[in-house]
Design a protein around this ligand. Structure first.
Ligand code: F6P
Length: 343
């Protein structure tokens, strides 16, 4: 079979591990040839692709980023984009396309399958872990580890100075990274998009902790966290060229307010794209390899319009339309676990 593969949206650790698994498993188990499209959907619409030889793919398992490049361009940005994508895939002889992306990239895949019958299989990627229909997206575990390592370091410098450290992590619509890293890093407060925060209550908790003898406290803030309406002024975010809010800055606002309300010296660290770069953890490498193998097999079984997923600890398939219907918020029970152990 001639398979196509693309990586779209923001990058994350493990993209190359998925590409490798598709190329190696496809060639060895099925005799496939794999064509990689450059820069996500841009390469499909613009007809930019190359054959990924198994030799080329074999040593990219641990490398961050994506050898294919990525972008947020997609066919529905122009009237003739979808027809052009269909035509390019046919001209290149692509019998099935493996689409590796987050909610935006996968929603486009779902539409192209539903409206134009494109034979494709999705693979859920994003450090944000907010794609529906799967317990896990790849890249998330690596980002949590990176954030946790940073929090551990922040604790020791905070202790030396008796400070509050505010650390801003990614998480546009959902606070999975903040929640997991906050629990793993022993945070004093965790602020997520799903639960508007009360800065008065956060400040009072921090004051109580430090008055009780705590020498360091870490507040983990997801970039999409927002205060309870009317309690704190937060400027509206700018908009990027694809119409997405350009987030970032909530950590600095929280830090300034905490310091003003408590008198505790407070510093802010914005982790930013450090969370998206670098080598995937061993767990993510295994997940990516499993996803890549499952997606390749799904293509051969004709399971089009589906996405590989994790459910109850097993790799399976879910309909793309279902997976992209709604973003996945943080689980309420894990939020309660976090609240039980803030310190
Ligand atoms: O990959 C998702 C994400 O990490 C969001 O959490 C973040 O807001 C966004 O990407 C930033 O992406 P970029 O700076 O590449 O536009």
């Amino acid at each position: 079979m001639r398979l196509g593969i693309l990586t779209g949206g923001g990058d994350c650790p493990g993209l190359n591990a998925v590409i490798r698994a598709v190329v190696l498993h496809g060639a060895r188990r099925w005799g496939d040839e794999v064509v990689g499209f450059r820069d996500g959907w841009r390469g499909v619409v613009g007809d930019e692709c190359f054959v990924i030889a198994p030799d080329r793919a074999s040593k990219i398992l641990s490398r961050g980023g994506t050898i294919l490049g990525t972008s947020r361009v997609h066919p529905y940005m122009t009237d003739d984009g979808p027809a052009r994508a269909v035509e390019v895939l046919a001209r290149r002889g692509v019998e099935a396309l493996i689409v590796v992306g987050g909610e935006g990239t996968l929603s486009v895949a779902s539409r192209l399958h539903g409206e134009h019958g494109v034979a494709l299989v999705g693979v859920p990627k994003t450090i944000d872990n907010d794609v529906g229909g799967t317990q896990l997206t790849f890249g998330f575990e690596t980002a949590v580890q990176t954030a946790t390592d940073a929090i551990d370091r922040l604790h020791t410098t905070a202790e030396s100075h008796n400070r509050v450290m505010v650390v801003e992590v990614m998480g546009r619509h959902a606070g999975h990274v903040a929640l997991w890293a906050g629990i793993a890093g022993g945070a004093a407060a965790i602020l997520v998009p799903e639960r508007p925060f009360d800065i008065g209550a956060v400040s009072a908790d921090l004051q109580r902790l430090h008055e009780g003898g705590t020498q360091s406290s870490v507040v983990v803030v997801a970039e999409g966290a927002r205060p309870v309406a009317g309690t704190l002024d937060v400027p509206a975010p700018g908009i990027d060229e694809y119409g997405h809010a350009r987030l970032g800055g909530i950590g600095a606002i929280v830090a300034a307010e905490v310091e003003a309300r408590t008198g505790l010296e407070t510093r802010v660290t914005v982790l930013g794209h450090v969370q998206r770069g670098g080598t995937p953890t061993a767990f993510d490498r295994v997940l990516c390899t499993s996803f890549g193998v499952a997606a390749t097999d799904a293509a051969h079984e004709g399971a089009f319009g589906q996405m590989v997923s994790v459910a109850e600890g097993r790799i399976g398939l879910v309909r793309l339309a279902e997976a992209t219907a709604a973003l996945k918020p943080i689980p309420g029970d894990l939020w309660e676990v976090a609240q039980a152990c803030l310190s």
